[in-house]
Design a protein around this ligand. Structure first.
Ligand SMILES: [Zn+2]
Length: 440
């Protein structure tokens, strides 16, 4: 019974983990597409700080933003004794309809809305956004705050005149490093070791090209990670930023990544050799081959029937080496009906590749063996239902064959020359800093 419930807890945690991974993935797409400035700012922050010294950052210095200090807050709630009323924007509500609930004259409401619109587009007011009304002892609203984001508020002072200001809340910038051994699952042990959920999700995403979390992560796996965060003093919120360094060690084999701002201005992750974390699956897993049959409907050369061709055929001389299309684990190696001598590699939870009609397998290739992208796994042949030496190559996504030539995975960049030099200097700093934070 205990074992059973442990197992179901384990799977539940995996499911939760993937759910958050999915959410984060959606998030990442949005952030990457819309706001590269965010990433650049993070980079600036990093250059500003020394170890985990606190720095009060002020972003967007060109905007009309005023910083709040703790003294300000005391004045708000201390001297004048305001009663704070928190309103959460619900569906269908507008700022106008919310203001209407308080004892403002219509003229005052128009005046407030007009002034606010000059600085903040009220169409951007979202469901669940927080608005705070500050009421004095005479029941008059003297101030309104619209919480724009975790670290930005819109401050509306209501006197004879109405003064609207966007305020950047003061933040303390920190860096933190954690190292732990997995006893259960990456997700469960991450939470147990007080790794923030936001960082945990980023960590899972970062390693998703290298690891199949369900299979690879075992008890005893070591995880080491370094990341940035802001503490927003006024509202006691935390803003988790980028992972700077991450390492997962399985059976003594370390996979590690360092954050780096590329010359093109993208924050990305690279290993010590300067290879990007994103490893696209090879579209052509052998050299000098020509496509002899494409993916799609065709008349089968042997049966003569019209049939869906679920792979790409590459004509090549017998014995031509075949490469692993990506990093992964050999899932199948052996005879497989019409496929003849066949290899299938599992790359991660979603992607697999298959290689058919081989003449033979590379020595040492067997089920459960880990292979790296570009490593020779076998040789072109004509075994199974085949009319001549060729490689039949399939890319399998969520257990269905897809057209390899239309595969649209991000391809990995390899740093070279000056950029590589810059990266090496950078990663050494990151690593030294990480060790400092861990062992100081
Ligand atoms: Zn084929």
């Amino acid at each position: 019974m205990i074992i059973k419930s442990k197992i179901s807890l384990f799977f539940l945690l995996i499911i939760i983990g993937y759910y958050f991974l999915y959410l984060e993935y959606q998030n990442m797409i949005i952030i990457n597409n819309v706001n590269p400035i965010i990433q650049l700012e993070t980079e600036q922050n990093k250059n500003d700080k020394i170890d985990n010294k606190i720095i009060i950052t002020k972003e967007n210095p060109n905007e009309n933003i005023e910083e709040i200090t703790n003294i300000d807050i005391k004045n708000d709630s201390g001297d004048e004794k305001y009663n704070k009323i928190e309103v959460i924007v619900s569906k269908g509500q507008t700022f106008f309809s919310i203001l209407n609930k308080y004892n403002f004259t219509n003229q005052k409401i128009f005046e407030i809305v007009n002034k606010v619109e000059k600085i903040f587009n009220l169409n951007n007011l979202k469901v669940d956004q927080k608005i705070i009304f500050f009421q004095n002892t005479l029941q008059d609203i003297k101030k309104i705050q619209i919480i724009i984001s975790v670290d930005q508020i819109l401050d509306i002072k209501i006197e004879d005149d109405i003064i609207v200001k966007k305020k950047q809340l003061a933040k303390a910038y920190y860096q933190e490093s954690k190292k732990f051994t997995i006893l259960n699952s990456l997700y469960a042990d991450g939470i147990n070791n007080k790794l923030p959920k936001d960082i945990l999700i980023k960590l899972i995403k970062l390693f998703s090209f290298d690891l199949d979390f369900q299979r690879d992560i075992r008890s005893g796996t070591i995880v080491s990670v370094s990341y940035d965060y802001n503490h927003i003093i006024e509202n006691n919120n935390y803003q988790y930023k980028d992972i700077n360094y991450a390492m997962i060690s399985i059976n003594g084999k370390e996979i590690e990544y360092f954050k780096f701002l590329t010359d093109e201005g993208y924050v990305d992750y690279f290993n010590r050799e300067g290879k990007n974390v994103k490893k696209s699956i090879l579209k052509t897993p052998l050299d000098g081959a020509r496509i002899s049959s494409n993916y799609g409907m065709r008349k089968h050369p042997i049966s003569g029937f019209n049939k869906m061709h679920k792979g790409v055929d590459f004509a090549a001389p017998k014995g031509t080496p075949v490469y692993a299309g990506g990093n992964g684990v050999i899932e199948y190696v052996g005879n497989n009906g019409g496929y003849g001598k066949y290899i299938r590699i599992r790359h991660n939870n979603e992607y697999k590749t298959a290689y058919a009609h081989l003449s033979g397998y590379k020595k040492g290739i067997s089920k459960g063996i880990r292979v790296n992208q570009g490593e020779v796994i076998g040789y072109v042949g004509s075994t199974g239902k085949s009319t001549g030496p060729h490689l039949h190559y399939e890319i399998i996504f969520q257990n269905k064959q897809i057209n390899p030539l239309k595969l649209n995975l991000p391809s990995g960049k390899i740093l070279e020359g000056n950029e590589l030099k810059k990266f090496i200097t950078e990663y050494k700093k990151i690593y030294a800093n990480h060790l400092n934070l861990l062992y100081e």
